[in-house]
Structures are given as structure tokens and as C-alpha cells.
Design a binder for this molecule. Structure first.
Ligand SMILES: [Zn+2]
Length: 219
């Protein structure tokens, strides 16, 4: 859930522009529509009626409003640069230069092709340069980019480039393993498949041993 007291508009806009410049930003145009929930509610009501649902039924009655609020407040708030999490990058005083790994970070997103859930885990590693990041901030960054219509490859790239930018290093690795419900419920209807994507930089590309160590540790 979005906590407006824990966001940072300035960093959000800086990261938004950076990702746009390197062409990994989500195709998104800020529209300043003040009444998103009410508009989505009206359109979703039409969709339900076209399907043939009886909106006078007390179980369905509130669904358009519920869906609209869910879209705006819960699933897609990560589109807005101003909702970027408040991140404090601290100086690496201990001069720690080994790999920092956080694994099994929850990924709960929504496929931009079908608007059906993507659920999985992200594993992130970096080697600190002059800056380090609180571990919970990695979770916050993953959450932020997950809360928008997504494709898994771009989600990984957005997390990767954001960390490279904030930490001022290319020595970053992001692996995502996720289940796509649009693959399970429709199309090939493959109930058991998992999609794994990775985005590696710097030493994680140049040094096979480091990469192998990281891949071993996240197994
Ligand atoms: Zn899909």
C-alpha cells in the first residue's frame, strides 16, 4: 500500500527522466486527471454490463467502484514519479566492498498486455562503491516499479538502472522469477511455468566467478 509520507518527488522525477532517456521507462503520459476513480468506475461498470452482469445485484453493485479504487490506490500508483519511495543513500564509511544480496523480495505486479497478475520474487545484489542503501529500500524500489502495468523484462531493467543511478555503480544484478497468470489462465494455459529474467552489470558480467557466486546464493 502506498504511504504518501514515505515518498520523494525529487528523486522520483530524477529517476523518471533517467529511465526515459535510456528508453526503459514505461510508456506513460501524466494526465493530471483529478477524478480518475470516478471515471474508471463508470467505464468498468459499462464493461460489466456488456459482459451481461446484473449490476443491481448487491454482490456486484459496488464492484466498479472497488475495481477503480484498486487500480488507482493499490495496483497502479507506481506510475507516478511523485510516489517514488523516500530513499536515503548513505556513505559507505566502512568501505564494504563485498557483494550485498537481498533475495526473495516479493514481486506483485500486473501484466500490461492482459491486466492479469504477475507474482514472484526478485533477487538483487550490488557491490557498494561510495554509497550504500538500507536493505528495506530495495523492497520499496521493487514495490514501486511493480505497482504499474508491467512486463517482467522492463521491471528488471527499471530496478537495475535505478540502483545503478542511486548507488553510482554498474556492479548491480537483478534476477526476477515470476509466474504470469495470463499464461496460466489463457493462451497456452501452462499452469506450471515460471519466467526468469536477469539484468546484470559491471563485475557481474566481467567476472564469471562473481556471477556464479551470486547465482549460487540465490538458488
Ligand atoms: Zn499477459
Amino acid at each position: 500500500m502506498l504511504d504518501k509520507t514515505k515518498t520523494n518527488k525529487e528523486i522520483g522525477e530524477k529517476i523518471y527522466n533517467h529511465l526515459k532517456q535510456i528508453k526503459v521507462q514505461t510508456p506513460y503520459t501524466k494526465n493530471n486527471e483529478p477524478d480518475k476513480i470516478r471515471l474508471i468506475e463508470a467505464h468498468f461498470k459499462s464493461i460489466m454490463e456488456i459482459i451481461g452482469l446484473d449490476l443491481t445485484d448487491d454482490s456486484l453493485n459496488e464492484t466498479p467502484k472497488r475495481v477503480a479504487k484498486m487500480f488507482v490506490d493499490e495496483l497502479f500508483w507506481g506510475l507516478e514519479p511523485e510516489n517514488f519511495p523516500k530513499i536515503t543513500v548513505v556513505e559507505n564509511k566502512m568501505q564494504y566492498d563485498e557483494m550485498v544480496i537481498e533475495k526473495d523480495i516479493k514481486v506483485a505486479s500486473c501484466c500490461e498486455h492482459h491486466f492479469i497478475p504477475i507474482v514472484g520474487r526478485a533477487h538483487i545484489a550490488y557491490i557498494p562503491n561510495k554509497k550504500v542503501l538500507g536493505l528495506s529500500k530495495l523492497n520499496r524500489i521493487v514495490e514501486y516499479f511493480s505497482r504499474r502495468p508491467q512486463i517482467q523484462e522492463r521491471l528488471g531493467q527499471q530496478i537495475f538502472h535505478t540502483l545503478c543511478n542511486l548507488l553510482d555503480t554498474n556492479n548491480v544484478a537483478v534476477v526476477i522469477e515470476a509466474e504470469h497468470f495470463c499464461v496460466k489462465l489463457r493462451g497456452v494455459e501452462d499452469i506450471n511455468s515460471t519466467t526468469i529474467t536477469s539484468k546484470l552489470g559491471g563485475k557481474f558480467i566481467e567476472e564469471p566467478e562473481l556471477r556464479a557466486e551470486f547465482m549460487g546464493l540465490i538458488k
